[in-house]
Design a protein around this ligand. Structure first.
Ligand code: ADP
Ligand code: MG
Length: 398
């Protein structure tokens, strides 16, 4: 299905003098009122530049954190983001509060509209709010892949009412790269799903089990799989109520002739702490007071070997508590193997991106998605509501 793009509109000269409303993802971590990490702001700059250079009057908004609707608390304001954005653009960025009723902005100017999640009705996609916001612009641009799996007023409702609705370059690139990797993946295709909980990733595990040639689990998720395999896991983070589901995923892979590899060795500690002494144990030897905080070196080496031979790798979730150096070894080995693989790798997830940054492999990953939940839902083959809204517009206007 076709989606109009900001790039296409800019090239055709259709943006000159037009009011362009861009929904970006500027949800960055803050520390003491300053932007602690600005990847998402930098990623949002190309769309804003494109609209400015094409002669538009540019309004940009984003959510930040999880504010209470109806108020803008001190932690909710996009002011620090406006400051950083101004530095990156090399021009002033005015922050506009109370903007739903009208925005003063001239062609060649860019304003940042205060945290859109402070507007009552944003989260539940209130149609009246969406209509009022759509009335602010001639062209609506969605450039926020990270929230595309949520139908909210600035991501979905507005796209239905704005005179023109299109995808920004960041959203376009995500859909292209992920779509290509999934439509015709080079085989064998391996997925590695780590992180803390099976319950939050069960549907991605189930759907990957239908698509991939190898399914690797790690982190707290692997603990639940170890439990399902009848291994002792002591006091490790695990979800006993997900054991049946884990077993079903193992069976689904087995029916296709492959095993979900279960760790043969692990790194344990007796406390969840950065300075807790780390001990490598065989999987069968985990004691009743042990916490499994990483996969062991033999397991990591075997998994790395599989990953190096893959034609396509999908990675979400660290395989251990990589934030603590003593338990970062497994994730480091996996990250290195992904970097060294000749296959096309795609990675996404908040903590996965942190691990990629920590191990310095960003430039050797085929594609790094900015989405967490949206990345996972896209991989599952689900329709992202914000994308569907753009597709519906694209189809009706062609
Ligand atoms: P992502 O954000 O990439 O999707 P998750 O949020 O699912 O990843 O999980 C990341 C978290 O899982 C990390 O904070 C990491 O410390 C934690 N984790 C990984 N392995 C374990 C483990 N064995 N025990 C407890 N926590 C773990
Ligand atoms: Mg996370």
């Amino acid at each position: 299905m076709t989606i109009q793009t900001l790039t296409g509109l800019a090239q055709s000269g259709a943006l000159k003098g037009k009011r362009v409303f861009i929904r970006s993802d500027l949800n960055v971590p803050l520390e003491q009122g300053h932007v602690a990490e600005d990847t998402r702001i930098r990623a949002s700059v190309p769309a804003i530049r494109l609209a400015l250079d094409a002669g538009a009057a540019v309004m940009v908004t984003s959510h930040l954190g999880r504010p209470k609707e109806g108020t803008v608390g001190p932690d909710d304001t996009l002011r620090p983001v406006a400051e950083r954005l101004a530095e990156l653009l090399g021009r002033p960025v005015r922050l506009v509060a109370d903007w739903v009723g009208g925005v003063d902005v001239a062609p060649g100017e860019v304003v940042l509209l205060e945290n859109c999640r402070c507007n009552p009705g944003e989260k539940k996609n209130d149609p009246e709010l969406a209509r009022r916001m759509a009335a602010l612009c001639d062209v609506y641009v969605n450039d926020a892949f990270g929230t595309a799996h949520r139908a909210e007023a600035t991501t979905e409702g507005i796209a239905r009412h704005a005179p023109v609705a299109c995808a920004g370059p960041l959203l376009e690139a995500e859909l292209d790269a992920l779509g290509r990797a999934l439509r015709s993946p080079r085989r064998p295709m391996a997925a590695i799903v780590g992180g803390s909980k099976v319950s939050t990733k069960l549907s991605i595990l189930q759907s990957l089990a239908d698509k991939v040639d190898q399914l690797i689990v790690g982190g707290g998720i692997a603990n639940t799989f170890m439990l399902a395999a009848g291994l002792p896991i002591g006091k490790s983070l695990a979800e006993p109520d997900q054991v049946d589901q884990a077993r079903a995923v193992m069976d689904a892979m087995k029916a296709r002739g492959v095993e979900v590899p279960i760790p043969v060795d692990v790194v344990v500690a007796t406390a969840f702490a950065a300075d807790a002494p780390a001990t490598v144990k065989d999987a069968a030897d985990v004691g009743p007071d042990d916490l499994i905080l990483d996969i062991g070196p033999r397991t990591a080496a075997a998994l790395a070997d599989q990953l190096r031979k893959a034609g396509t790798i999908v990675w979400n979730g660290p395989v251990g508590v990589f934030e603590f150096e003593a338990f970062a070894g497994g994730t480091r080995v996996i990250a290195q193997a992904i970097a060294e693989s000749d296959g096309f790798s795609i990675a996404g997830g908040g903590d996965t991106l942190a691990a990629i940054a920590k191990f310095g492999i960003a430039d050797r990953v085929g594609y790094i998605s900015t989405g967490g939940g949206a990345f996972l839902e896209f991989l599952e083959g689900k329709t992202l509501p914000a994308v569907a809204a753009l597709q519906a517009r694209g189809a009706s206007e062609k």
